[in-house]
Design a binder for this molecule. Structure first.
Ligand code: DX5
Ligand code: ZN
Length: 214
């Protein structure tokens, strides 16, 4: 399977269907859906009703990245809207109990659960959850906006997680500033999935942009 996950945040919302199909023609199976609430991050993107329209219309897997406060309150809405993977932020959670509850709840609904860490959050913080989690999303930019520059400190975290992966069964996804150069380093460090927004959707030729990431 192709390990590139285009972020719809950088797509043209007036031509969402065409933008998705362009990527599918290049072999893409899964898309990244960035949900921002203007509270956990200083930006607002889109909610679950647009997700429901997308999953009704297109055959695709959606990896939902919840950059919102109190994610537990909204996960049902995203599950009903057709999410395949639900990723929440470690920094958005109140305590250990709430994180465990979140992971259990997502699993009970038959969906994969992911946990994301901001550039300042060390891997140590999420070690207690690695045995239960399906995916770790390493942020290589501050969450909130597309088009930022890759923060190379993410590579150390990916390497650390790569070692831990041998003991557990999660996959490593990296998000932010991925282009044809930074992806090489993230891949060498051990990441499995690569989110790319502006590099793909702002390219003149999306098929070529995707090919250059493979
Ligand atoms: C940032 C989002 C990313 C963003 C990536 O908060 O989580 O998914 O869309 O965009 P690029 O690839 O342009 O950095
Ligand atoms: Zn994202």
């Amino acid at each position: 399977m192709i390990d590139i996950v285009p972020s719809l945040l950088s797509a043209n919302f007036m031509h969402l269907c065409k933008d998705i199909k362009d990527c599918q023609k290049a072999g893409i199976k899964m898309f990244h859906y960035d949900v921002m609430d203007g509270h956990f991050v200083p930006n607002i993107s889109f909610g679950y009703s647009i997700l429901a329209d997308i999953t009704k219309e297109c055959q695709l897997d959606i990896d939902v990245h919840l950059m919102i406060s109190n994610p537990l309150k909204y996960i049902n809405c995203f599950i009903d809207a057709g999410a395949s993977i639900l990723t929440f932020h470690y920094e958005a959670m109140q305590n250990d109990e709430e994180i465990k509850q979140m992971i259990d709840y997502i699993h009970q609904k038959g969906i994969q659960a992911g946990i994301s860490i901001n550039p300042q959050t060390p891997v140590d913080k999420i070690i207690p959850y690695l045995k239960d989690i399906d995916l770790v999303l390493v942020m290589s930019v501050e969450p909130g906006f597309g088009g930022q520059t890759f923060n190379f400190s993410a590579l150390e975290k990916i390497k650390e997680l790569s070692k831990l992966k041998k003991k557990y069964h999660f996959i490593i996804e990296v998000d932010g500033g991925i282009n044809d150069q930074t992806i090489k380093e993230a891949r060498a460090a051990g990441a499995d999935l690569f989110v790319a927004g502006s590099y793909i959707f702002k390219a003149k030729n999306r098929k070529e942009a995707i090919k250059s990431l493979l």
